[in-house]
Write a new protein. Structure first.
Length: 544
């Protein structure tokens, strides 16, 4: 406990300067962003990309926008391939240290370049968040932290093209650079080496065992709230065995774990902790970990229902909504109760539905935008395909909330349904967040002779839900046209039983996804979910 508290304190103190700088910059986001752009151009205008686009340090934001088109990953890929094959000075003057793999639900794996400048930009955002978190909840600084660690896929190289640049980091702490990693490692309740356990159930069991041993757990940071809910389910399913092994200091499955994991795991007898847990039982999280103060996770978009469900089991533990953080970069951070733009990190632009591009200082409350990033890693005006809405202001800087993915499409017969649109449909369908099911996903259905969509939910629904869903989806003119032509039949409802998110993950894992890359979605372009999820169809079909 002392070691963790010391490491947390060092991280907090090291973050103080970036906290002050960020808090000051919130009063003038335009100046902060212009400084980010000038610094980026000063360093990278002479790269192959910069020269081809006629860039210089003197370029204004208007010049920059007129000379560099907004691109998606596929359009930027030829430049990244040049780096992958060993060419230098392509997108950035800094050498690319690593490619970090990322993937969507349907897209091929993307390789995101990371440089020293990219690490610096990440720290410019993470530092203020960490300082503000521990300043607001100082008791969380006194114990161990759990930062989610994903198990590796069985053969990661089969999904990664040949590269002269190393691909991936050993663990999430490495994203912040060499200086931060040892500090974070010292505060970790679970060692990063657990990522080498490829068997998902073994990984989940060992994680649960190590977490239960840590009475001093004070902070949990995961992505989707169901990630932690599944760990809690493992604890409930194996409660007696877990307590027995905590008491005896043994672990039956240790003999089949990879040596990289067993070298760092220490199993010591702890009868006192075992008996304490036995008294409390496995249901109340705040009793299992009496020092737990903060659980950081997604709460927006598709995660809203699961986050509400998890919060109900936490007792006095505070749920902190994460900012918008992607492999490609950081858009916003939790800060002083809101989620302001990370204006000292990357250069941010925002595209309206009409295509008009706005600067950070021009965003309007309650308006939706698509995020465009320029990063120190070499993503020049990169369309992130994340839809955000402005929900407030901190100083003069917009605070945003994630709505959904704009580029996640399902288009079987020309209906062109997007993740962002479906997310807004389900918000209207289910109303307030507290009444939403924790699992709700729309997907094309090939289990019938007709083409249609099925809504998979783990909650009871009224008979009229399919009619209402059909009406809301018909606000998309492409969907409405396909319905009028009879290319699509009315939607169906599938009532999911059991742990829906676990089954969802298991299917994508079987398809070769890494757990850390699995992003829960309100829209899946993959069909056949009725044979993968436990449950049954509900007879609420419309008459076509």
């Amino acid at each position: 406990m002392v070691k963790a508290a010391l490491a947390n304190s060092l991280w907090w103190l090291a973050s103080s300067r970036s906290y002050v700088a960020f808090a000051t910059a919130l009063q003038d986001p335009a100046a902060a962003q212009q400084q980010v752009l000038r610094s980026f151009l000063r360093k990278n205008a002479r790269t192959a990309f910069g020269q081809e686009h006629g860039l210089s340090e003197e370029c204004t934001p208007t010049d920059f926008a007129s000379r560099v088109p907004i691109r998606n990953y596929d359009e930027l890929r030829p430049w990244i391939d040049r780096i992958r094959h060993g060419e230098t000075g392509v997108l950035t003057a800094d050498p690319v240290r690593r490619f970090v793999p990322s993937s969507g639900s349907t897209a091929a794996r993307k390789l995101i370049p990371y440089t020293a400048a990219m690490h610096s930009q990440l720290n410019q955002a993470i530092g203020p968040w960490i300082f503000d978190l521990y300043r607001t909840h100082p008791q969380a600084m006194l114990g161990a932290a759990y930062w989610s660690i994903s198990p590796a896929i069985a053969d990661p190289l089969q999904f990664i093209e040949h590269s002269s640049i190393p691909v991936g980091f050993d663990d999430d702490a490495a994203y912040l650079g060499k200086w931060h990693k040892p500090i974070i490692d010292a505060s970790m309740a679970v060692p990063a080496e657990l990522q080498y356990i490829t068997a998902i159930e073994d990984w989940r069991y060992i994680t649960a065992l190590l977490l239960l041993r840590r009475r001093d757990l004070s902070l949990v940071s995961v992505w989707h709230p169901s990630f932690f809910s599944l760990l809690m389910q493992t604890i409930r399913d194996h409660w007696s065995q877990l307590l027995s092994e905590i008491s005896s200091g043994t672990c039956d499955i240790a003999k089949r774990l990879p040596s990289a994991a067993t070298r760092v795991i220490r199993f010591r007898p702890n009868r006192r902790r075992s008996e304490e847990l036995r008294i409390f039982g496995p249901l109340k999280i705040n009793q299992l970990w009496p020092k737990l103060r903060i659980l950081s996770c997604w709460t927006d978009g598709h995660a809203a229902g699961a986050a509400t469900e998890l919060a109900q089991s936490l007792g006095s533990v505070v749920v902190q909504p994460k900012g918008l953080i992607a492999t490609e970069g950081i858009v916003s951070i939790p800060f002083q109760g809101q989620h302001p733009l990370a204006i000292r990190s990357h250069y941010l632009e925002f595209q309206e539905p009409t295509g008009l591009v706005r600067y950070s200082s021009e965003l309007q409350r309650d308006h939706e935008y698509n995020v465009v990033l320029t990063t120190g890693g070499g993503l020049w005006r990169y369309r992130l395909d994340d839809l955000v809405v402005v929900d407030g202001m901190l100083g003069r800087t917009p605070s945003i909330r994630f709505v959904g993915k704009s580029a996640q499409l399902s288009d079987r017969v020309g209906e062109k349904l997007s993740d962002g649109f479906v997310s807004s449909v389900l918000m209207k369908l289910f109303g307030a967040a507290q009444t939403r099911p924790s699992f709700a996903m729309l997907a094309p259905d090939v289990d019938t002779k007709e083409s249609r969509y099925t809504l998979y939910i783990n909650a009871d629904a009224a008979e009229e839900i399919c009619a209402k869903l059909d009406g809301l989806l018909s606000a998309n003119p492409h969907y409405a046209y396909c319905r009028r032509l009879g290319q699509l039949c009315s939607p169906r409802l599938f009532r999911v039983s059991g742990n829906a998110y676990r089954s969802y993950c298991q299917r994508l894992l079987a398809m070769g996804k890494r757990l850390g890359d699995i992003k829960p979605a309100v829209l899946s372009p993959i069909d056949g979910w009725s044979s993968q999820l436990n449950g049954h169809y509900v007879d609420t079909r419309l008459t076509d």
